[in-house]
Design a protein around this ligand. Structure first.
Ligand code: PMH
Length: 373
């Protein structure tokens, strides 16, 4: 794989072989009748959409899913020809390009179908219908709504290929609400079958549902976070239904090291003052790279040991309190392992009171991704 040249000492390693490994783990857990949509939205959760998509396809996930139309078009432009599902809402006036590029789109509104029927496009439009069984985000909720929408599928250009729903709590210890969503899906499906005879493919599960309840999955699952080697929740991590290998690590190097006396202020606002004489290192990563300001106080690894970020994180740099002098160029690991010590993305997520999904997506485009096989 060719890599773009870059001129900075900060980068993310993306282990594509780990992505392939994670897909294989899930495949072994699923019934052979259940296939995988590799979810590569948001630049593959920050990992690089095209590289991850190609790896996932080679590893045996035959289809891709994204959130928005532009993401699907990017994959088509990269020469990817497999089915791609846009899971979010698209504007009726944009369906022509979805049809043109053979991109599957999601629908759930009667009004949307009415508008699309008036649009000027000739190629077939492949559709997946979204049901809101309890997520409360997008989708058909009621049987009457479903029947009305089915009546509006009277256009020769429409091809209803699939139906899907999304679980709100499949990663939690308490599974009653997950079960309710299953029940609601089955009720809507019974209604659907009474009004529609052609075959459709069904997909319900995300990472959590597919690894925790594999026998309940339908024709496909939509595999996102765990394809990247991260568990969807602490509950899923403790249960460990499949083994995962994190695909992303984040590294930089010390670009400046200095010994400062007690009472020396570090960074904007002078919020940190040294207690005594201290070694301070400067790392060329900042909030513009996704090292957000709230990470002040979080540890990074230097020489295999934990050292805290001190003072406010700047746009392009942060400072770290070192235990001794280190040469310029010393490796700093923000996410990943060094000489047996590790800082997982989950630990950063906990520190920020968020989830690993958000940490991964926040690593900005300015950080080069290096693809490792
Ligand atoms: N399907 C849909 C419709 C989704 O929105 C997502 C993730 C997935 C599948 C994959 O889920 P997983 O990553 O847990 O496997 N969507 C989001 C979201 O909207 N916010 O966080 C994750």
């Amino acid at each position: 794989m060719t890599e773009k040249t870059f001129y900075r000492d900060s980068w993310a390693n993306i282990h594509l072989n780990h992505i392939a490994f994670n897909i294989q783990q899930l495949k072994q857990r699923l019934s052979p009748d259940t296939n995988i949509y590799a979810v590569v939205k948001a630049n593959a959760y920050g990992h690089g959409d095209i590289e991850v998509a190609k790896t996932a396809l080679e590893a045996g996930a035959p289809r891709l899913a994204v959130a928005i139309l532009d993401e699907a078009i990017r994959l088509r432009d990269a020469g990817i020809t497999v089915p791609i599902l846009v899971m979010g809402w698209i504007r009726p006036e944009d369906v022509w390009i979805a049809a043109e590029r053979d991109i599957t789109v999601t629908f759930f509104q009667k009004q949307w179908l009415e508008q699309v029927k008036k649009m000027d496009f000739s190629k077939p439009l492949t559709l997946h219908m979204k049901w809101d069984t309890g997520m409360g985000r997008i989708g058909i909720r009621e049987e009457a709504e479903l029947i009305e929408v089915l009546h509006n599928l009277n256009d020769d250009r429409f091809k209803l290929e699939g139906i899907f729903t999304h679980f709100a709590t499949a990663d939690e210890a308490e599974i009653a609400y997950y079960k309710e969503q299953q029940t609601r899906f089955n009720q809507l499906f019974a209604c659907f079958q009474a009004h529609w005879t052609k075959p459709v493919i069904l997909h319900t599960g995300n990472s959590a549902a597919s690894m925790r309840f594999p026998e309940e999955m339908k024709h496909f699952v939509r595999f996102g976070i765990s394809m990247y080697g991260l568990y969807p929740s602490k509950v899923a991590k403790a249960e460990e239904p499949i083994k995962l290998k994190p695909a992303m690590s984040l590294h930089s190097r010390l670009i400046h090291v200095k010994k400062v006396p007690a009472q020396t202020a570090i960074s904007y606002g002078a919020t940190y003052k040294t207690d005594k004489e201290e070694w301070i290192g400067t790392v060329p990563l900042g909030y513009a790279d996704g090292i957000i300001r709230k990470l002040q106080g979080m540890d990074v690894l230097v020489n295999g040991q934990r050292m805290p970020i001190v003072g406010r994180v700047c746009m392009d740099q942060f400072m770290v309190k070192l235990d001794q002098s280190y040469p310029i160029g010393t490796l700093v690991t923000i996410i990943g392992s060094q000489s047996g010590n590790a800082i997982e993305m989950d630990e950063i997520a906990d520190y920020l009171d968020t989830i690993s999904y958000e940490v991964a997506c926040t690593i900005s485009a300015r950080v080069p991704r290096l693809y490792r096989e």
